[in-house]
Ligand binder design. Structure first.
Ligand code: ADP
Length: 310
């Protein structure tokens, strides 16, 4: 099965690498404005495949996306000195305005998987520009935040992260909402499990975990300038869920008719992911504080998308 990646910089190439290691994909086509970069990544990645899965990785143009079941959108421009967040967003929206008609023409049946940050606003931009049904435009959203939340809870409780069911919703960014109230471990409410395990969640522990989830990207960027391995692996996992029609529940971003009283905004909620993209959105259980935090997150994203004209 063919997957296209438009924008093969750090994130796009890391996603291709993770797909080669994870398998489940037959062919990966890298498209980039910088054709030399795409070719170099394709050649390097192809050399990884004898050690991993037999994925055919090559660079190509938009026409080579024909037949792709998923197209990852990881293209974007870097922030210029002195540039505001909104100006950067506007330039990234222009990048998507160039890309989307060409992707739509070459691969009209593909699910679009948006990775470019700020991912929620870019998912809204891609949804509006593509004219596709809303389930077919999926953003990587808070998949990594949710993974970090589960991992940190698991570490504290000394259990496997697979046994922890806890989600991060809303913006992939500062206003994201960690859903403590509905979290469960092995079918037991989190707080009760923590008590029974002899590892209670004190306010200090909760604050540490919150900070660990919310500030992870800042720490990584401070240390190495960008984040790409984690998101690359997350994107490869979402691609596999779509190609395999898995129907797993992931906190991905998608345009949503209404959330916490806010209309028409893209953000992350638990969603069922299958061959056609987002197949269902499940409103999570929220306490009053979480509900208000989700509303604030949605308002912030809506304002950013509206300021851009989307
Ligand atoms: P990130 O860390 O988000 O991956 P990069 O700058 O490494 O950031 O990657 C973004 C990629 O998007 C670059 O390789 C760049 O050439 C590509 N890109 C930018 N604009 C376009 C465009 N209009 N069409 C295709 N690719 C683009």
């Amino acid at each position: 099965m063919k997957v296209g990646i438009v924008g093969s910089g750090f994130v796009g190439s890391a996603a291709a690498y993770a797909m080669a290691l994870l398998g489940g994909v037959r062919e990966v086509v890298l498209v980039d404005l910088d054709a030399k970069l795409a070719r170099a990544h394709a050649e390097d990645l192809l050399h990884a495949t004898p050690f991993a899965h037999p994925v055919w990785v090559r660079a190509g143009g938009y026409g080579d996306l024909e037949g792709a079941r998923v197209v990852v959108l990881a293209a974007g421009v870097a922030q210029r000195p002195g540039e505001t967040r909104l100006q950067l967003l506007d330039r990234n929206a222009q990048v998507f305005a160039q890309i989307l008609p060409r992707v739509g023409e070459a691969a009209p049946e593909a699910v679009l998987l948006v990775a470019t940050n700020p991912v929620d606003v870019m998912t809204q931009v891609a949804y509006r520009l593509s004219g596709l049904p809303l389930g077919r435009v999926v953003g990587s959203g808070t998949i990594l935040d949710t993974a970090r939340f589960r991992a940190l809870l698991a570490e504290h409780l000394e259990v496997a992260p697979q046994s922890v069911h806890a989600y991060v919703v809303g913006e992939h960014g500062d206003s994201e909402v960690l859903l403590w109230s509905g979290a469960q471990v092995g079918g037991v409410p989190l707080i009760a499990f923590a008590e029974a395990r002899g590892r209670p969640l004190t306010p200090g522990n909760r604050a540490r975990i919150d900070e660990g989830v919310r500030k992870a990207a800042y720490r990584i960027i401070e240390g190495k300038g960008a984040t790409y391995y984690g998101i690359g692996a997350g994107l490869a996992r979402l691609v596999r869920a779509i190609l395999a029609d898995e129907k797993g529940v992931y906190t991905v971003s998608a345009f949503t008719e209404e959330v916490a009283g806010v209309r028409e905004v893209a953000l992350s909620l638990p969603r069922v992911l299958g061959a056609s993209g987002v197949e269902a959105t499940i409103p999570p259980g929220l306490d009053a504080a979480e509900g208000e935090a989700l509303r604030q997150s949605a308002l912030l994203l809506k304002e950013a998308a509206s300021a851009l004209g989307f």
